[in-house]
Design a protein around this ligand. Sequence first.
Ligand code: ARG
Length: 563
Amino acid sequence: MRILITNKIEKEIEIVLNELEMPLEGVAVTISNRKDLCDYQFDGVFKLAKLYHKNPMEIGSQIVEKLKNNQDFQKVEILPPGFINFTLSDSCINNELNNMLQNEKYNIKMPAKETIVIDYGGPNIAKPLHVGHLRSAIVGEAIKRMLKYMGHNVISDVHLGDYGLQIGQVIYGLQQENISLQDITLEDLERIYPQMSKLCKEDENVKTICATITKDLQDGNEEYQTYFKVIKELSQSDIKRIYDYLDVSFDLWNGESDAYPYITNVTEELEAKHLLKDSEGAKIVEVSKDSDSKEIPPLIYQKSNGAYLYGTTDLGTIKQRSIDYQPDRILYVTDRRQALHFESVFRVCNLLGYKEKFEHLGFGTVNGPDGKPFKTRAGNTPKLEELFEETKQTFLNSSEKNQGMNESDLDILVNAIIKFADLQNNREKDYIFDIKKFSQITGKTGPYILYTYLRVNKILTQENKQSETLNKIIYNKEDRDLRLKIIELESTLKYAVDTRLPSLLANYLYELCVNINAFYEKNHINNLDDVNKKENWLILLALSNNIIKDMLDLLSIKIPERM
Ligand code: ARG
């Protein structure tokens, strides 16, 4: 995605268009995809031509004429059939950089503050965490941090799946094996869940028993509640351990079970609006609209046996969040295959007249190099810990130098490898997790970014700079390219936040590092006699590295001491 908005140039164009009495809604300037020709471009001339019935080249020339002498541009030109190309002046670039240096958060303009609940992670207790939950945690954590950085009041909720059929299955399995409450271990849960889930598929009777246990539990059966507490406690502490390792944290550890007290509330509202319909003993809410191009099935609110479903608990949870936090917006980060579920939940909220804005942020599947859902070398769908271990070993084996790293730095690298592999991809798409490729120190990888940072950091600790202000000079092409990339930060971050696509930020970081390395190959700072030049370059590198550090933090990637 290349479209990035650069407010400054847009403002200048708006002024000119008003002077020419040809106002235009939504003037959008984009970063050039032909950096050899210009820095930024404006394609809106064609719209103007249609709107005001004029020849594009003629309008373009009028705009260029007015901007030609503007100090911010070294060159403004119109290219047939009507593209306007901008090349920034050195003084404009350096002014922008100095503003970034002297103001908080790189002088980025913050949006109007909202209260936002973000629901991600979504692991299910008593079931193993899988790669899909890993993706939700990584993408969700990045979106949360980006929103916080932009000044929003963000509340994160892990929304545990803790009241589904799996609990009934595990309780049944524990009772069958006569395991008493105080003896239950995590290993029991890990063993029993797959056994029971298989058995339920084979034996309708067992399935009915497990469903009844689940329903009784939800209705408050004391015996089952005691089991539930023990199972939840064990499972949750294991989940927490994994999230700790990933540096992923939540303000709320609520689950589906916490939504139950709010369901009566929702039921009353639905009844008051006559929205609950009977359908073969079950209760449903019709959510389809005439304008739908594909059929949206009704939301099943309550099964004929009285049990509530996934959609019901999500509605209860929304009620709970609305009472507790009055959010402006609620975001959900889950597998994109849940899109229909969320669409129908959001529609019910609309029917009820809820004021919150809702967004389902779906993500694709993590595949292995064979293009099929990711498996470990042993051929299993991996437990996350095995995935971490395999990543660590691959990184260690990829270079002899890595073997001297300490354990905590290695854990940081494992995180960086896994997270950067994921976050560089548009979350909506599937991607191939190739441990070998993403563990390399070259290419678009976490280790490459970290290596670049440490390399620059070494120079910065060896040298001393006196000031924080750049002069007006840009010394060569690599120098200019780096400066231009730095000033793209604001538009990139804003765009990444607005679209909820951390991948835009991850790719920016990579491009920044490519520019830094090209700059460094060309410009050897250490043995430089020209003090002014040296000083300017040190300021530039320090700014670059601060950006890397802060943006890595938004992606929840830490920096090792050494590598
Ligand atoms: N537990 C669900 C799963 O494993 C994800 C929960 C997502 N959040 C929500 N409010 N429905 O698929």
